[in-house]
Ligand binder design. Structure first.
Ligand code: URA
Length: 288
């Protein structure tokens, strides 16, 4: 590998690009030219398609894009690889599939079959949950990272190991808590999930909470707290304060805490995280 190539790869890695989106390079210029041609000849474009059918690339792959030198001809994407624009219909189907799940196993297989969220196209695994579904405590993070995607389990990377040590300090481990994420698929390059992706995944995590029916919820980081409580408060204000999560007309006590990834960057904040853990420990003692 020459120096320029190595430096380019190092730059990509430093920028957070750590996964390839496609197996072969694709000529997007040829794709958009083909799409423009299709738009000019409506007779060709009138292929019947459902509202949720594959968007841009399906049309252009169907036209057989001309290859330019250096580019392999893009293989037609299988249906489940086609990007979908999340719309009300897809969100309604997510709600229906989540609601139909009567057990956690049903819910896991519904998620594994769900094709409405584009994040799944780039993820290696559906990261459903870990820990004890009978536990009183349910911990919810934002989305899996690289290690979680590889292993198919939540919070197993560096920040997950810190989270385990944090909960071990108040006597809890994966036999005494259940742990999951709002989003079950790793966003490429660990980018922040879009609001549309979050809305698509929300029915599944809400159903998961219903099925686990915990006595106490812990939101790890502001993102899961905001998604599940509807609050817009940042973690600096919300951490360590009890809020409630409404589940089947029951109020479950819930507390946002600092994300361990933040604590790895700001170890001085572990002092506050420790106070929050003690508050959780006291609440658990009260509840039992
Ligand atoms: N961060 C999260 O929010 N969830 C994980 O599973 C891992 C890292």
């Amino acid at each position: 590998m020459n120096v320029e190539m190595r430096e380019l790869l190092e730059f990509y890695t430093a920028s957070g690009v750590d996964c390839a989106m496609e197996d072969v390079p694709q000529d997007r210029f040829a794709e958009s030219a083909a799409a423009a041609k299709t738009r000019k000849s409506p007779a060709v474009a009138k292929t019947p398609a459902s509202k949720n059918a594959p968007q841009a690339s399906a049309t252009s792959h169907a036209q057989g894009p001309t290859t330019r030198s250096g580019f392999a001809e893009a293989p037609a994407r299988p249906a489940q690889m086609a990007a979908r624009v999340p719309n009300e219909e897809v969100i309604a189907s997510a709600r229906e599939q989540a609601a139909n799940a009567e057990t956690l196993d049903d819910l896991k297989s519904a998620l594994q079959k769900f094709e409405g969220c584009n994040l799944k196209n780039y993820a290696k695994n559906t990261v459903f949950a870990d820990g004890n579904p009978e536990a009183k405590v349910m911990i919810i993070g934002e989305a899996p990272g690289r290690d979680e995607d590889i292993q198919g389990l939540p919070f197993v990377g560096r920040s997950g190991q810190l989270l385990d040590r944090m909960f071990a300090s108040i006597g809890l481990d994966r036999t005494s808590f259940y742990i999951s994420n709002v989003i079950p698929w790793r966003p490429p390059g660990n980018r922040t999930p879009t609001p549309a992706e979050t809305e698509l995944c929300r029915p599944f995590i809400e159903r998961q909470i219903e099925l686990v029916n915990p006595d106490l919820l812990v939101f790890v980081g502001s993102s899961s707290a905001k998604t599940l409580t509807g609050s817009s408060e940042g973690i600096m204000r919300s951490r360590g304060r009890w809020t409630t999560y409404q589940c089947n007309s029951r109020d479950i006590p819930a507390m946002p805490i600092f994300h361990p990834a933040y604590l790895l960057r700001q170890p001085a904040q572990k002092r506050l995280a420790w106070q929050d853990l003690l508050t959780i420990k006291r609440k658990l003692a009260e509840l039992s």
